[in-house]
Each structure stands twice: as structure tokens, then as C-alpha cells.
Ligand binder design. Structure first.
Ligand code: 7TS
Length: 412
């Protein structure tokens, strides 16, 4: 595991004060929340912003001349700009609000996919979340496209020589995860993007597990699409982002029809609105969008390299402690990893461990993590996954390790 400079001061106790949920107890124990890969906890500023929106500013956007509608519209559009800046998108209209990563990928599969033809090829990888597999399978069924899969090594790294072989002038799109939710692997997306563009294809990056951990600059990456979910970046559920290059979004047909996405409607013909509205039919999750902006502002004030260093220190500490258990196997040992530690223990079902940990106030995720083909590759039913955020501590890992020891003793 590559570890950057870990000497940057990072006041984790102060940060924890921002997250009220971390203070609660579960089953009579102080909560240890290690399920950040599934969703993150929310800082008080985000909770307050949700409350403030519904208490003071609630109104529909993009349609009213009245004060509250204009206020909500300006807050919503301001949030779009905050997010644009965070991922360094060139234009705010290239930042589309969606329901989340799943919705963003489905938007691209449905809309860009309309431009694909029989025999066109789409490449994904063996470590994708189901939301970056199933929409492409549905597209392949609809259009007669062919889905190809980049295999991985035992350590959980993409086999890039195999990728080179799969890539051809038939490749319309490569859609890969930036960081694996199950293994923590950071994929070489820069290389994938360069090579795919050289072959004439588009690239979509699933950033659900990356924007909250490492800096993302969509211009430097030169990706065509980038998706992430609000709830994993300390914002609300039910809102997410799709970044897309304007020149490609302009060519794509709308994903859904309805209010707000039109310029003019008659029964004979409808013309569509400009970006981003063309892809934002209907009343959106207004509070979600505004408060995702609040979450991103909160995150922007932090030093992402300090976050990354702290999280990597946690992951390295957890792995070192875990490897002291008999029959322990860490699943995902890539050179470049983030703070996800997945593991299995010989002869013990992950679900049983998860249940016993929960009784001790520890939240981890067990199961296939919506990556069933990846579980098939490792020939395991699932893993126990601890996924850390910047508010986690080494002391919590100590509590977790003790609780794991107790659980394994009970199960053996
Ligand atoms: N892609 C990746 C890499 C993910 O980790 C997830 C969610 C998604 C897409 C889908 O995101 P959604 O917000 O649209 O649901 N991953 C997980 C997880 O690892 N545990 O619970 C959800």
C-alpha cells in the first residue's frame, strides 16, 4: 500500500464534534461507524442547512417570480457552482443534478446509449458496482451492443495488458470505477482515459468512492463523464452529480421528458431546453442539491491530502492488527488503495461476524457489496468491510479489533 506523508497535523477530535451521529450509542456501546463506503455521516452544517431550507426557504425553482422561488433557485444554482469548482468542471451547465451515482450512470446509458448501434462495444471492469454493470447490460440488450470486461489480478488490480487487448475502434465507451467500493483499489484512470480517447471512445468514471477521499479534477483527467453520490460525500441522500462534457451532452437526447427540460411545447413538436435543464426534468431534490453544496463547501475547507494521509494511516493500522488473527485474509491488496479494508476469516461467515460486531456497537458492512461478479472471482460469498472516513480514529480501530476477537472466539 502506498502511503503519502502521514505527518500532517489533523485534529480528528475537533472534526468529530461536527458529526452528531458519531456521538450516539448503539446497543449500549459508543457507536463505531465503519460503514462509510455505504454512506457517510452528516456534519451539523448540512443538517442545519436542510432544516433551514424547509423552515425558511422552501419553494419550487426555475419557475416563480416570487421572492422564495427566486431565493431557492439562486441557492440551487449556487450549489451547482460550488460543485463545479470542487471537481474543476469548466462550465456550471456541465454539472447535472441527478438522484445519485446509479441515476447518473443510467442517464448516460439511456441517453448516450441511444447513439450506439449493434456491434458497438462497451468496456467495464471486473470490480464494478452493480450500478456500473446492469445499465450497460440493459443497453446491450436494447441496442445489440457488446459488453467486455477488464479482468483483475488476485491483488485486485486491473490487468492493463488485457485492457489494451479489449480496446479497439469498436469501443464506444469505457466505464470504470475510480476506486473500488469493495477492494479500495485506486484504478489507473488517467491511463484508461488517454488510451480510450486515442482509440476514439468515450470514458465514464464512477467516482462514488473517490471524491470524498482524493482530489478530483475532471479537466486534468479529461474524462467525458464523472458520477458521484451526495450521501457518500457528507451530503443528503437522493441527490448526486453527473459531470459531462458540454459538446457530448449537447449531442445526447434527453433522458426524461417533462417540465423544466423544454424550451417550447406544442402537440406537434417540442424543443428542448439548454444544458443543464435538458437533463433535469421535473421538480428536483431542491433541498438535496442545496445541501450537497453545503457538504461540498464543508469538504472544500479541509485539506484533502491530510484527509487522505489520515485515512491511509487508519487503513494500514487496521490491516496490521487484522493480520494478527488466525485464518485472516485481506481481500484487495492493491499497491494503490484507499481506506477500505475488506476481509474474510477461514470457516466463518461474514454475516455472523457483522451481526456480532453490531451487538457491540460497531457498524461494518458484510456481504457482496453490490459486486457479485467480484465475489465470484474470489470464490467467496462476501466479505466483512470496514470503510473509514476522516472522522474515524485509531482508538475506534482498537475497539473494533477487540470486538472482532470476542466475536471470532464465539464463532470458533
Ligand atoms: N458505484 C460505486 C463504486 C459505489 O460504491 C456505489 C455505492 C454506487 C456506485 C452506487 O451509489 P448510489 O449512491 O447510487 O447507491 N456503494 C455502496 C456500498 O459500497 N455499500 O453500499 C452502497
Amino acid at each position: 500500500m502506498i502511503r503519502d506523508d502521514i505527518s500532517i497535523p489533523f485534529d480528528v477530535q475537533k472534526i468529530r464534534e461536527d458529526f452528531p451521529t458519531l456521538l450516539r450509542s448503539v446497543n449500549g456501546k459508543d457507536l463505531v461507524y465503519f460503514d462509510n463506503g455505504a454512506t457517510s455521516q452528516k456534519p451539523q452544517v448540512v443538517i442545519d442547512a436542510i432544516n433551514d431550507y424547509y423552515t425558511n426557504n422552501n419553494s419550487n425553482i426555475h419557475r416563480g417570480v416570487h421572492f422564495l422561488s427566486q431565493l431557492a433557485t439562486s441557492q440551487y444554482e449556487e450549489a451547482r457552482k460550488i460543485i463545479q469548482e470542487y471537481i474543476n468542471a469548466p462550465l456550471s451547465e456541465e454539472v447535472l443534478f441527478t438522484k445519485g451515482t446509479t441515476d447518473s450512470i443510467n442517464l448516460v446509458a439511456s441517453s448516450l446509449g441511444e447513439l450506439f448501434s449493434e456491434g458497438d462495444e462497451i468496456i467495464i471492469s471486473a470490480m464494478e458496482h452493480h450500478s456500473n454493470i446492469v445499465p450497460w447490460q440493459m443497453l446491450c440488450e436494447r441496442k445489440g451492443c457488446i459488453l467486455k470486461v477488464i479482468p483483475i489480478s488476485e491483488s485486485g488490480e486491473l490487468k492493463m495488458d488485457e485492457f489494451d487487448r479489449l480496446l479497439s475502434n469498436k469501443t464506444k465507451l469505457v466505464s470504470v470505477t475510480h476506486i473500488s467500493n469493495t477492494l479500495g483499489t485506486i484504478n489507473p484512470i488517467e491511463e484508461i482515459i488517454k488510451k480510450t480517447h486515442a482509440a476514439g471512445g468515450y470514458v465514464m468514471i464512477d467516482g462514488a468512492q473517490s471524491v470524498q477521499h482524493i482530489p478530483v479534477d475532471v479537466q486534468a483527467l479529461d474524462c467525458d463523464f464523472f458520477a458521484f453520490s451526495g450521501h457518500k460525500v457528507f451530503g443528503p441522500t437522493g441527490v448526486g452529480i453527473l459531470y459531462g462534457k458540454k459538446e457530448i451532452l449537447d449531442q445526447m437526447p434527453p433522458y426524461q421528458g417533462g417540465g423544466d427540460m423544454i424550451a417550447k411545447v406544442t402537440f406537434e413538436k417540442t424543443t428542448y431546453n439548454e444544458l443543464p435543464h435538458k437533463f433535469e426534468a421535473g421538480t428536483p431534490n431542491i433541498s438535496g442539491g442545496i445541501c450537497l453544496g453545503t457538504a461540498i463547501s464543508y469538504l472544500s475547507e479541509m485539506d484533502l491530502s491530510a484527509i487522505h494521509a489520515h485515512e491511509m494511516e487508519l487503513a494500514a493500522y487496521a490491516e496490521e492488527k487484522l493480520l494478527q488473527f488466525e485464518g485472516m485474509r485481506i481481500v484487495g491488496t492493491a499497491q494503490r488503495k484507499t481506506s477500505v479494508v475488506s476481509f474474510v476469516v477461514d470457516g466463518i461467515h461474514p454475516f455472523d461476524v457483522g451481526t456480532l460486531l453490531d451487538k457491540q456497537g460497531i457498524a461494518v458492512r458484510t456481504g457482496h457489496h453490490c459486486t457479485q461478479p467480484l465475489m465470484d472471482f474470489y470464490q467467496i460469498p462476501g466479505t466483512i468491510r470496514a470503510s473509514f472516513a476522516f472522522y474515524n480514529t485509531k482508538e475506534e480501530i482498537d475497539v473494533f479489533i477487540k470486538a472482532l476477537e470476542r466475536s471470532l472466539n464465539m464463532l470458533r
